[in-house]
Each structure stands twice: as structure tokens, then as C-alpha cells.
Design a protein around this ligand. Structure first.
Ligand SMILES: Nc1nc2c(ncn2[C@@H]2O[C@H](COP(=O)(O)OP(=O)(O)OP(=O)(O)O)[C@@H](O)[C@H]2O)c(=O)[nH]1
Ligand SMILES: [Mg+2]
Length: 266
């Protein structure tokens, strides 16, 4: 069930745009709902100065949700194992994979949670939604109903998470099965939905591998950036990575936290 890869996926280039050039990254430029191509300046500086605090030890939780048989497991397996199984085996509950990256020289990991789309396993799966930093809603580009259900999947996932604090991706799978004419029809609807829910839209194929790597190489640095910004904010005026010196003549472990004395029973 758990597979921890020892190798790093190196995401070392300085700009998000350089990771995967825009024309090949997205099937149409309009599909890039989030057009952010550069790392935040503060993030770049923090990485250059090696002031990213605990980010190097962090694991970002990514949940992958969507209807049954849309291709969630195949997507994760294509990326993590470079494998594809044409036989359908329903995911029972959840499964997860770890993938390690290096972004701007800083190690960073994604924990990819593959959840069940089948109704009868959904309630087990939904107990694992909590704490997600990234939500990937998957639909099959050949099945318009699966796109129609995307909103519901998002709603369920957001019940367990802070909507202001998650990054959303809407991903159409099985592009290899779709003719250009069929695809362009569903693409319009998908882009519309992606804009409404403020998700970034991608279309890919786990069978051919088209866009799979590019997609996760987009997810990782965006998640990384959010983590570094959170560290910067948390540290306030203090520099991340600074050693906090505790005065050697303060002999109480609790010297800095003055406990409020209870006035009761005195
Ligand atoms: N042609 C093609 N078939 C695909 C692709 N991705 C998945 N499939 C097939 O679609 C079926 C379902 O794939 P899964 O990845 O198991 O679907 P799932 O979303 O994980 O399904 P649940 O675990 O039940 O939620 C399998 O038979 C896959 O081989 C793709 O990109 N192209
Ligand atoms: Mg599955």
C-alpha cells in the first residue's frame, strides 16, 4: 500500500514557467485558469538564503477525488510507478503514495491520496480528506456526467478542509480515447467549471503518459510555494532558520510563559 520512493524528482529551475513551458504544459492557453508562472519573490529569496524553515521536512497532503473508474489510480500509478493497468480494479477506501521532489534546492514531498469513487467505499474514503493542501478533482473527458459530478466531489472534500487554504485542480483523464472534436466540446465546459471553482484545468492521458509528469511538476511547486509563504508569515520578523537563543542564566524551563496565578482557593 505505502510506497516511499527514495529518488528525488528534481524540480530545480527557478521559475514555474521554466518547469514546463506553457504551450506543451496545457492543451490550450485558455485552459490555464491559474496563470501564475513565477515563484513569489519572497519564496525565491528564502530558498536562495536557505531560510525555508521546516519546509524541507514537510509533506503536503494531496487528495485525488472523482467518480468511479475515471482513472484516479491510473494517474497516480503512471506518475509514481510509470505503470499503466488496463484492467479496472476499484480502489477500496483509500491508498497512498509518497513522491519526493526538490524545489529550488529544497526537498519537498507530496503524499498522494488515491480515494475510492465507488459510492459504497466513499464514506471510508471521505474520512481521509482532512488536512489536504491540494485537491485534485478528476473526471473522464469522454464522460460528461463525471464532469457534472465534479462540483459535488469538491463540496465533499471542502467539508473537511478550509476552502481558503487549498489549491484546486480539475483534471480530465483518458484524453487518448477522445477525438479532437469531442474533446474540444468537453474542454469548454471543463474550463468554465474550472473558472467558477477557481481550479487549474488540465487534461491528460495515463495510458500514453501525455501531460502526467508535467501536471505533477506543476502541483508540487505550487504546494511548495504555499508552504514557504506560510513559514515566512509564521516567522514574522524573525528569520526562518535563525537559532532562538535562550538566556543561559534563566534556569526555569517556563521562564517565558508566565502562568496566570489562580486566585481561587487562596
Ligand atoms: N484509455 C485509457 N484508459 C484509462 C486511462 N486512465 C484509466 N483508464 C482505465 O480506466 C479504468 C479505471 O481506471 P482507475 O484508475 O482504476 O479508476 P479510478 O478512478 O481509480 O476508479 P475507483 O478506484 O473505482 O474510484 C481502468 O480500466 C483503466 O485502465 C487513460 O488515460 N486512458
Ligand atoms: Mg482507484
Amino acid at each position: 500500500m505505502l510506497a516511499v520512493k527514495q529518488s528525488f524528482e528534481c524540480v530545480t529551475l527557478s521559475g514555474l514557467a521554466n518547469l514546463v513551458p506553457l504551450p506543451s504544459r496545457l492543451l490550450s492557453k485558455k485552459a490555464a485558469v491559474q496563470t501564475k508562472d513565477e515563484f513569489n519573490f519572497k519564496v525565491k529569496t528564502a530558498c536562495q538564503e536557505q531560510c525555508t524553515g521546516t519546509v524541507g521536512f514537510k509533506i503536503a497532503k494531496v487528495i485525488v477525488v472523482g467518480d468511479l473508474a475515471v482513472g484516479k489510480t491510473c494517474l497516480i500509478n503512471r506518475f509514481c510507478k510509470d505503470a499503466f493497468d488496463k484492467n479496472y480494479k476499484a480502489t477500496i477506501g483509500v491508498d497512498f503514495e509518497m513522491e519526493r521532489f526538490e524545489v529550488l534546492g529544497v526537498p519537498f514531498s507530496l503524499q498522494l491520496w488515491d480515494t475510492a469513487g465507488q459510492e459504497r467505499f466513499k464514506c471510508i474514503a471521505s474520512t481521509y480528506y482532512r488536512g489536504a493542501q491540494t485537491i485534485i478533482i478528476v473526471f473522464d473527458v469522454n464522460d460528461v456526467a463525471s464532469l457534472g459530478h465534479a462540483r459535488q466531489w469538491l463540496e465533499d472534500a471542502l467539508k473537511e478542509n478550509d476552502p481558503t487554504n487549498v489549491q484546486l485542480f480539475l483534471v480530465g483523464t483518458k484524453k487518448d480515447l477522445s477525438s479532437p472534436a469531442q474533446y474540444s466540446q468537453i474542454e469548454q465546459e471543463a474550463i468554465k467549471l474550472a473558472e467558477e471553482i477557481k481550479a487549474e484545468y488540465w487534461a491528460l492521458s495515463s495510458l500514453t503518459g501525455e501531460n502526467v509528469r508535467a501536471f505533477f511538476f506543476r502541483v508540487a511547486p505550487l504546494a511548495f510555494e504555499v508552504n514557504v509563504l506560510a513559514e515566512i508569515e509564521k516567522s514574522g520578523s524573525r528569520h526562518i532558520g535563525d537559532v532562538i537563543k535562550i538566556n543561559s542564566n534563566s534556569n526555569s524551563l517556563y521562564a517565558t510563559t508566565k502562568k496566570k496565578q489562580s486566585t481561587c482557593c487562596q
